[in-house]
Ligand binder design. Structure first.
Ligand code: GLN
Length: 197
């Protein structure tokens, strides 16, 4: 079956995700395509949506202005899989921290999680670690860039990974949120896992 994956292509590491997703699709038997979403009217034709890293303030505001936020809420209601990485994790959350409140950035508000932006502090703005995810046998080489983490998750949320006791990967039904950047490694297990959803 041919699948259509939509990626929010407003700002951030869009091209890297497209390349990784296209390689993942090529590794699978079925056919599929990746389409960029910059305007309203595309989300409903997609089987799954990917929200990349970047600046969640910019991405959120432009998604709101273009009418994409409400389309994605609808897609989530239809049980379509949605993956948010880094800034995308922030956007998926129901609740933000003081920084989110201060900027007044819109959130999708889909996952029962509270997030903290730029959570790992200055000295560790960017770092890489082998990360244990509950869904994989082998650790995942995780790249964190000014990453957020989840400070609270409801019982209905599956915690997939923690780092220093902070939640950095979570899943709730069809929704998946990662603090790190899977598009920056050649390990495509997360993309395969997402397409399996
Ligand atoms: N700090 C960014 C934000 O919260 C996220 C960083 C990233 O996506 N690499 O918008």
């Amino acid at each position: 079956m041919a699948v259509r994956i939509g990626i929010i292509a407003i700002q951030g590491d869009v091209e890297e995700h497209i390349r990784a997703m296209e390689k993942t699709l090529a590794e699978r038997a079925g056919q599929g395509e990746v389409v960029k979403i910059r305007h309203r009217g595309i989300v409903s034709s997609c089987d799954a949506i990917l929200i990349p890293g970047g600046e969640s303030t910019t991405i959120g505001r432009l998604m709101e202005r273009e009418g994409i936020l409400s389309e994605i809420r609808e897609a989530a209601g239809d049980e379509k899989p949605i993956l948010g990485t880094c800034a995308g994790l922030v956007l998926l959350a129901k609740e933000g921290d003081e920084e989110v409140a201060k900027t007044g950035q819109p959130l999708l508000g889909l996952m029962d999680i509270r997030v903290k932006r730029n959570a790992f502090g200055r000295q560790r703005e960017s770092f890489e670690v082998p990360l244990r995810l509950s869904i994989f046998e082998e650790p995942f080489h995780a790249v964190f860039i000014r990453a957020p983490f989840i400070t609270h998750a409801a019982d209905s949320v599956d915690v997939l990974a923690t780092l220093n006791e902070h939640i950095v990967a979570a899943k709730q039904r069809n929704l998946m949120a990662l603090s790190f950047h899977p598009e920056l490694t050649e390990d495509r297990r997360i993309y395969h896992y997402f397409l399996d959803l």
